[in-house]
Write a protein that binds this ligand. Structure first.
Ligand code: SAM
Ligand code: SF4
Length: 371
């Protein structure tokens, strides 16, 4: 797999990044455009046991060597630098598939011990979650997001290239029973495959009290097969849902959240108006067609300890190599600040396939970055 450009890298290379971050700035992960990152996404592994068509190729990817991946202790140290020195207020564990890490429970226990009040959530494909949900809760995980694109066995298997729907559904139920709620479900809609299923997926989630979020497919698939024509847009998602439901604005503040949330009420088949009580909410993450870059509060750490200021960054900055070479917390914090200072203004995706020939898809797929 071609690797993205890496700047200022090399374990032990303590040279400042070419960021020209002005001295004397307020502490924290600020960038040139006035944003402050407080939401940290940390990838625990690049490995995965599914092969979702919009993320991984059928044959998988070349996994990172074990020694290249952050150990539990390194993860705890990096999170501590983020929280204690840089104003990180929220942590999401992701991957690859976090549940495939054998020391996952130990990592969460250690993070919780170090940060008793920190909201720690995890995004998972749910395979094996039924067996681990209770232990995750006891270890200190606050909440969970499970990816679920279809409730039909065949469609699920077509999208993930694995026949594991039952296992995922058992995982979702177990997470709820273990108290890892509110349980959020992530669904990516693919044209002609699961797009028509979106209202029944929503009905299923509403009945059980899960918060479903539809995510626009982004050009982050390893096969580079994404096309604008095939992507189901947020506008289309609203239209698909509006046959059965009326979506009203959610009065809660969006507060930098990627999902635009809507209150859901049933649509009266006769009058076409909303009828009955609010059934719950649904979220739509319109990263491509209605980007929220100007409000972005994210900073990302890949499984091999590289800082990515944006999913679409073509530059990444080594943090783990510096940690292993003996950098102090203060030095790590400064390097992280330098990297975030260079965060691009926007990903440029809103025009891809239209009039932005300069948009270049990152070499890494979603699983290798940490979605
Ligand atoms: N393996 C876990 C999972 O699937 O939930 C965590 C990692 S996965 C990369 C995180 C999220 O990214 C999932 O909800 C998945 O659906 C989403 N995702 C992956 N590739 C995507 C793409 N090309 N566009 C939009 N979302 C994508
Ligand atoms: Fe694995 Fe998650 Fe990517 Fe699917 S979306 S292949 S489950 S990392």
């Amino acid at each position: 797999m071609p690797q993205p450009r890496e700047s200022g890298s090399g374990p032990g290379d303590r040279a400042p990044l070419p960021s020209a971050r002005p001295a004397g700035l307020a502490p924290g992960l600020v960038d040139r455009y006035g944003r402050r990152a407080t939401d940290m996404r940390l990838s625990l592994t690049d490995k995965c046991n599914l092969r979702c068509t919009y993320c991984m190729p059928a044959e998988g990817l070349e996994w990172l060597a074990k020694q290249a991946v952050m150990t539990a202790e390194e993860i705890v140290r990096i999170v501590r630098v983020g929280v204690d020195h840089l104003g990180v207020r929220e942590l999401r564990l992701t991957g690859g598939e976090p549940l495939v890490r054998a020391d996952l429970i130990d990592i969460i226990s250690a993070l919780r011990k170090a940060h008793p009040e920190l909201p720690i959530s995890m995004t998972t494909n749910g395979v094996g979650l039924d067996k681990k949900a209770a232990a995750l809760k006891s270890a200190g995980l606050s909440r969970i997001n499970v990816s679920l694109d279809s409730l039909h066995e065949e469609t699920f298997a077509q999208l993930t290239r694995r026949p594991f729907l039952d296992r995922v559904l058992a995982g979702v139920d177990a997470a709820w029973a273990a108290g890892l709620g509110p349980v959020k479900l992530n669904a990516v809609l693919m044209r002609g495959i699961n797009d028509e299923e979106s209202p029944s997926l929503l009905a299923w989630a509403l009945e059980r009290g899960y918060e479903l979020r539809f995510i626009e497919q982004m050009p982050l698939d390893a096969d580079h097969g994404w096309t604008r024509r095939n992507m189901i847009t947020a506008a289309e998602i609203r239209e698909l849902l509006s046959v059965d439901y009326v979506l009203g604005p959610d009065p809660r503040a969006r507060d930098g959240a990627p999902a635009e949330r809507f209150e859901v009420r049933r649509r009266d088949t006769g009058s076409g108006d909303a009828t009955g009580p609010v059934l719950g909410t649904v979220g739509i993450i319109a990263s491509v067609t209605e980007p929220f870059c100007s409000d972005c509060r994210r900073t990302r750490i890949t499984a091999e300890g590289k800082i990515m200021s944006c999913l679409f960054s073509r530059e990444e900055f080594d943090l783990l190599g510096h940690l292993r070479a003996g950098a102090t917390d203060q030095q790590l914090a400064e390097r992280w600040q330098d990297a975030m200072w260079l965060k691009p203004k926007a990903h440029g995706m809103e025009h891809v396939g239209l009039d932005a020939p300069d948009f270049v898809q990152p070499d890494r797929s979603m699983s290798a970055i940490g979605g």
